[in-house]
Design a protein around this ligand. Structure first.
Ligand code: SAM
Ligand code: SF4
Length: 326
């Protein structure tokens, strides 16, 4: 088992397939010109499979593929198919842009649930956030996945002054459609223009919704990062991921593997352990995994505090979100 100094058992691995993407969300990509990692430095399909098997041997039961945009990789289908053979719940976080090419692959891989990112229901604002005019394709693909019976969670990063005025529109969407909207507090990463006054907090989100709707709290699972609610009579649900104001570190069971094969034990950890180079050199990576988890901080990578108003982003040492894998 993979257990950290705080007795947290880690059985959930998020694997980034690439730091490349077909969108350019300003809160995710670094500001400056960015060179994507060359293919030779990315984990190859057989390497991903080998590393994933080692984690399964250590007790991992759930794997999420992410990125960058996982579905821009030419070999994404082969990777999904290979990992679907492992005894894990396999799932995916995607911007949905290429999902229509993958419906059969996902179904055949036994994937039932998808996390899809969409921060606005307005076409022009989508262009502003992602720098690509692709709202319709993303929205249509969400509809397609709903029709195909997938459990669809929609990730909405809420940023003050940008999209908090759409929170009620997203909640209204849950009335007739079985979408599970997840409002995410805006988090700081290297180069993402985060400032504390752009955080629209869990508390503010709930307050705004409650002015319009009576809501009920739903039961959360032990390791859920989202606090779930429903408007009575709506078929979908909404939840809030309150990383900045009410983190869920005490029940953390997650590990992250970057597309270049580095293990991160927290989204906000400074340190990372290279697994890919030792693997390529024929070394046993299991001791490295244990070494990495032994250094896991109690909360927020040991770098952030919930008093986010006092945070100075230049003091945080991390990657940009697109290179971590959200
Ligand atoms: N490309 C895929 C997508 O957009 O869903 C997967 C990768 S993306 C990095 C994973 C998730 O991280 C997305 O839901 C995205 O909105 C979220 N994310 C990225 N930067 C963020 C930030 N600064 N604060 C909060 N969430 C962020
Ligand atoms: Fe790409 Fe997802 Fe990051 Fe947007 S959030 S730039 S879609 S990786």
């Amino acid at each position: 088992m993979i257990i950290d100094p705080y007795n947290r058992v880690h059985n959930y691995l998020r694997i980034s397939l690439t730091d490349n993407c077909n969108l350019r969300c300003f809160y995710c990509m670094p500001e400056e010109e960015y060179d994507f990692t060359p293919a030779s430095r990315l984990m190859q399909p057989n390497e991903i499979e080998t590393i994933a098997k080692q984690f399964v041997q250590l007790g991992v039961t759930k794997i999420r593929l992410t990125g960058g945009e996982p579905l821009v990789r030419k070999d994404a289908a082969a990777i999904i198919t290979a990992l679907s053979k492992l005894p894990v719940t396999l799932t995916l976080t995607t911007n949905a842009l290429r999902l229509h090419h993958f419906t059969d692959v996902l179904t055949n891989a036994g994937i039932k649930s998808l996390n899809i990112s969409l921060d606005t229901l307005q076409e022009e604002k989508f262009l502003l956030v992602t720098r690509r005019n692709e709202f319709k394709q993303v929205y249509n693909n969400i509809q397609l996945m709903l029709q195909r019976g997938f459990h669809v969670k929609v990730n909405v990063v809420v940023m003050k002054g940008l999209n908090e005025n759409e929170i009620l529109d997203f909640v209204a969407w849950t009335k007739e459609q079985p979408v599970h909207v997840r409002f995410i507090e805006f988090m700081p990463f290297t180069g993402n223009k985060w400032t504390s006054n752009k955080v629209f907090s869990y508390h503010e989100i709930l307050e705004l919704i409650q002015k319009q709707y009576a809501i009920i709290k739903l039961q959360d699972d032990a390791h859920d990062t989202a606090k779930a609610f429903q408007v009575p009579g709506h078929i979908g649900t909404f939840s809030v991921i309150s990383t900045m104001t009410a983190p869920f570190c005490s029940t953390c069971n997650r590990l992250r593997l970057t597309a270049d094969g580095k293990l991160k034990n927290c989204l906000f950890s400074k340190e990372e352990t290279d697994l890919l180079t030792p693997l390529r050199n024929g070394a046993d990576i299991i001791p490295l995994i244990h070494e990495n988890i032994a250094s896991k901080a109690k909360e927020l990578g040991g770098q952030l505090t919930t008093n986010f108003e006092t945070l100075h982003t230049d003091e945080i040492k991390n990657r940009s979100m697109i290179t971590i894998g959200g």
